[in-house]
Design a binder for this molecule. Sequence first.
Ligand SMILES: NC(=O)c1ccc[n+]([C@@H]2O[C@H](COP(=O)([O-])OP(=O)(O)OC[C@H]3O[C@@H](n4cnc5c(N)ncnc54)[C@H](OP(=O)(O)O)[C@@H]3O)[C@@H](O)[C@H]2O)c1
Length: 278
Amino acid sequence: MEKAYGGQVVIITGCTTGGIGNALARAFAAEGCTVVATSRSVRSMSDLEQDSRFFLQELDVRSEESVQHALSTVLERFGQIDVLVNNAGVQCVGPVAEVPLSAFQSTFDTNLFGPIRLIQAVVPHMASRRKGTIVNVGSVTALSPGPWTGAYTASKAAVHSLTDSLRFELKPFGIDVITVVPGAIVSNIGNSALAGYDKMPEWKLYKPFEAAIRYRANLSQRPDSTPTQVFAKKTVEAILKKNPPPWFCYGRFSTMMSIMYHMPLFLRDLAFRKLMKS
Ligand SMILES: NC(=O)c1ccc[n+]([C@@H]2O[C@H](COP(=O)([O-])OP(=O)(O)OC[C@H]3O[C@@H](n4cnc5c(N)ncnc54)[C@H](OP(=O)(O)O)[C@@H]3O)[C@@H](O)[C@H]2O)c1
């Protein structure tokens, strides 16, 4: 069994080059952690391949078998998992009334059931050591949901809610639970949202809103979005604190969305109508 240098073994889902998971992997490694970087294909993390600080592992969060295989490989190799970061996620753009049910199901399967699969697989190990940290990545969109991303936002709202329950339930076992809530962060999410959008059926009622819907798909990817590395460094600093915060919200729009969360609905709706041209 290989010794984990730096003490902590961190496993992160969705570490494709250019995304938040990849930057988190680098930031944990910079803090001396042993990082198990996972994604659906090892090829998508080839930038980490030649660096011995990373152990690369294929893991599809939608497959129970893949989750079990990855976790048992990691436990065989390192004997411990200290931090699990449920980062993998997919956008889903389109009007709630017309997005196919299969797209809703697949979004929830990745964004909500994916983290649940990993949590259920890792908790027995963490509980037996009476230590560990579970990080679930949510989104500021769930603080103030607007139009055109109902499936995604609902899945992230469920992640927030689930994480709150989990925090109480895992406290007796010495496991910390953190909701990480990114604002608009530079990543591949805009491109993959557009690729997913192009596979949607032609809208029946919503053709006139096509431009506004497309605009929403890439809204997080702006010139002033928070650089991935900046977000990752701040997030890892928060996670590795002796007493980590239960909620860590950071990045472009995070303050605005937190304020909107507390606004009367009529004001929030007004703001969204202006922003989203809806
Ligand atoms: N960027 C933002 O502005 C922003 C804002 C709020 C929240 N977030 C959240 O941050 C997290 C990271 O997203 P990102 O912005 O870095 O987007 P990204 O660059 O598209 O990364 C998403 C990652 O999730 C992976 N993934 C998708 N389905 C998977 C599956 N079934 N199994 C395993 N991995 C899977 C992707 O792998 P593939 O490359 O194989 O598709 C990719 O590695 C997500 O949970 C996202 O919802 C992002």
